[in-house]
Write a protein that binds this ligand. Sequence first.
Ligand SMILES: NC(=O)c1ccc[n+]([C@@H]2O[C@H](COP(=O)([O-])OP(=O)(O)OC[C@H]3O[C@@H](n4cnc5c(N)ncnc54)[C@H](O)[C@@H]3O)[C@@H](O)[C@H]2O)c1
Ligand SMILES: [Fe+2]
Length: 375
Amino acid sequence: MREILIKGQLHKFESFEEFAEEFQLGSEDLILTNEFIYQPFMKELNLDCQIVFQEKFGAGEPSEEMITEIFKAVKPESFKRLIAVGGGAIMDIGKVLSLKRTGSVHDLYFKKAEVVQEKELIAIPTTCGTGSEVTNISVAIVRDDNGNTTKLGLVSDLLIPSSVCLIPQMLKTLPYAPFASSAIDALIHAVESYLSPSRATMTSELYGVKAMELILEGFRRIRDQGRDARFEYFDEFITASCYAGIAFLQAGCATVHAMSFPLGGTYHVPHGESNYALFGKVLEKYDAIKPEGKIMEFKQTIARILGGTPEHAIFNLKELLETILHLKPLREYGFKKEDIDIFTDSVIENQQRLVVNSYVPLTKELIKEIYQETM
Ligand SMILES: NC(=O)c1ccc[n+]([C@@H]2O[C@H](COP(=O)([O-])OP(=O)(O)OC[C@H]3O[C@@H](n4cnc5c(N)ncnc54)[C@H](O)[C@@H]3O)[C@@H](O)[C@H]2O)c1
Ligand SMILES: [Fe+2]
């Protein structure tokens, strides 16, 4: 089994300016970002680059329609290097935009068009969640053959950015809500890869555990000292989300992500928040169905980090997370009873790459039970 893949060169910078100098940004570069990130961090540098603002092409997380519009507006011959500066949404769009256009956006996500790399891609995350800067996945909201919307991951090692630049101070402008949901997403990456039964590797565990330690320490500080405590801890949060990305690149995500994708795709729930809505229940089910094995080690690890006993670890973890982000039942996002069957079928049909990594066999019955008990 492949033990580790860190394809990109990892860099850390104090400021965007420092990055721009080191990489000698110029007229052949295209920066894909949001205007509210460009204004405070880049505008005053008067960069001689092509700048594209994602929000001009639609709001929210990437969809086939949004990426298609970006493809129309941005000509491949107009740039050589692509710099994606933003959250997971921007980095995932950047990944597809760096490819040769071998088919429609729909064809790419449904694996009907070949993935061929064309442009050099530099990723600069401005949330502390997805780890997309180091992973081989681009996720978009798509419409499947049955006409239902869900989220689908396009997977290829050719999507991994060649350079990753972590600039912790770029988290300064991130409001608390997306900060919290992205940090919880990173924690879930670390946990899902840690519990991945067949694909966990010695390196995924190393990075996963370190990510859990850093994120939970940050959450503890926020609980004890208030939300502003995060400002002193951005370096650790952005490092942890990168580590969690390295962990799940090897070991894969699982049940939580598989079940959250129809929810995020249908009701446009932010990615981290839709994962969070399912996370605690999934851990409880794992623990009830197969208490011996890796989940026991997981509970010991959580008890070591948070204090308390392994028996209470899942409860204590959920309690800490509640102080970071209030857990809402699925119905508050629009989820209806009829969705139980529709989403369950969608998980089985569209998310097999994640279903296979579940800690316990993820049957239709179990999926339904989890949706039922979280709604
Ligand atoms: N490719 C992968 O490996 C991978 C893994 C997990 C999730 N994802 C995808 O990533 C997306 C979620 O990414 P995310 O959690 O980073 O959220 P996001 O990219 O949607 O960003 C969250 C919000 O914060 C804003 N924002 C981001 N950085 C900011 C900053 N520094 N200052 C002010 N505002 C800022 C964004 O514009 C957005 O409104 C989803 O589309 C999800 O499917 C990808
Ligand atoms: Fe995620």
